[in-house]
Design a protein around this ligand. Structure first.
Ligand SMILES: Nc1ncnc2c1ncn2[C@@H]1O[C@H](COP(=O)(O)OP(=O)(O)OP(=O)(O)O)[C@@H](O)[C@H]1O
Length: 301
């Protein structure tokens, strides 16, 4: 099967310490893959090897069927990269930055059209340093997309964005994938990975802990409490029923066990809520969240 990205037995060591330790995974064309893992897991190192910014000690990387090292020049034209800090010069105006990057490509997209799509049409004459964080983030994305890449790497694309800008960024990323572009992103936001990705790759200590569609990895069920102040209910329940793990997520409280939660455990939870006088909340058994799976994987090591 043809893969847009194939990482095979990748090893990268610093001062004798393997920070990427035999990492292999593959990403199908036109899909969105999210690389997750705690700080220092090796995400950036892995992605930078894929982007051609670092040379791996061992292993091979193929992008769009080409070899990362031998076909570097061709890949630079076909692959887009959005770096974590944007890597943007601060003094020039937004339009000038994007025009400059567009001239590096043989078949660039139209600069004005791309600024329009990314909601930056009004900001074209603004110097980069005067753009808001979210606008700079979108300009960095524009620079990654201007060359019409078939595969794009996005390092924490919505870091620092407010909820509305994050929603817009997600819509854009989905549109890219629908148009056939393969997207590989790193994120610390489980909600982002869950909402966006077809494939989730969890790294820890330089190794792959899990790799697959989020829905396949999310085997078990959690109990969910809804209809109240999730953080306050969490505090009460943690004292009343110490055996479960609690995680407040927005206005929902996820209550989980190590395994699949059972109807009997749901009854125990419902009893505790009754004893606490919390009669207006509802409880349900539903699939675990990616956040829950992530903590199980990362903490189980
Ligand atoms: N140039 C370098 N020299 C020495 N050690 C390095 C270098 N680059 C990365 N490391 C180490 O490699 C390990 C993995 O780093 P990496 O940046 O890939 O992790 P990460 O998963 O992206 O983390 P974060 O979520 O914090 O960005 C870390 O322990 C880091 O200190």
């Amino acid at each position: 099967m043809f893969h847009a990205l194939e990482v095979d037995s990748l090893v990268m060591a610093y001062e004798g310490r393997r920070v990427v330790d035999d990492v292999s995974f593959a990403v199908s064309p036109g899909t969105i893959a999210a690389i997750l893992g705690p700080n220092g897991a090796g995400k950036t190192t892995t992605v930078e090897c894929c982007e051609g910014l670092r040379k791996p000690d061992e292993g091979s990387i193929r992008l769009l069927g080409r070899d990362r090292v031998a076909d570097d020049e061709e890949l630079r034209r076909r692959v887009g990269v959005m770096l974590q800090d944007g890597g943007l010069p601060q003094s020039p105006r937004a339009h000038a930055v994007l025009s400059h990057v567009s001239r590096l490509h043989a078949n660039p997209r139209d600069v004005d059209e791309l600024l329009e799509i990314l909601g930056l049409a009004e900001r074209g004459r603004t110097r980069v340093r005067h753009l808001s964080g979210g606008q700079r983030q979108r300009l960095a994305l524009a620079c990654a997309l201007i060359g019409n890449p078939e595969l794009v790497f996005l390092d924490e694309p919505s870091a620092g964005l407010d909820p509305a800008s994050r929603r817009d960024m997600h819509a854009l990323i989905r549109r890219l994938a629908r148009g056939g572009t393969t997207v590989v992103l790193t994120t610390h936001l489980m909600s982002e990975a869950e909402a966006l990705s077809d494939q989730v790759i969890v790294l820890r200590s330089g190794r792959v802990l899990a790799d697959g569609p989020a829905r396949d990895l999310l085997g078990g069920r959690s109990m969910w409490v809804e209809g109240g102040d999730a953080a306050a209910i969490q505090a009460l329940l943690a004292a009343e029923l110490p055996g479960f793990d609690y995680r407040a997520q927005g206005d929902q409280l996820e209550v989980s066990t190590r395994e699949d939660a059972t109807p009997a455990e749901l009854a125990v939870l419902a009893g505790a809520l009754d004893r606490l006088g919390l009669h207006s909340v509802s409880v349900a058994l539903r699939p675990k969240s990616l956040e829950d799976l992530y903590f199980e994987l990362v903490e189980a090591q």
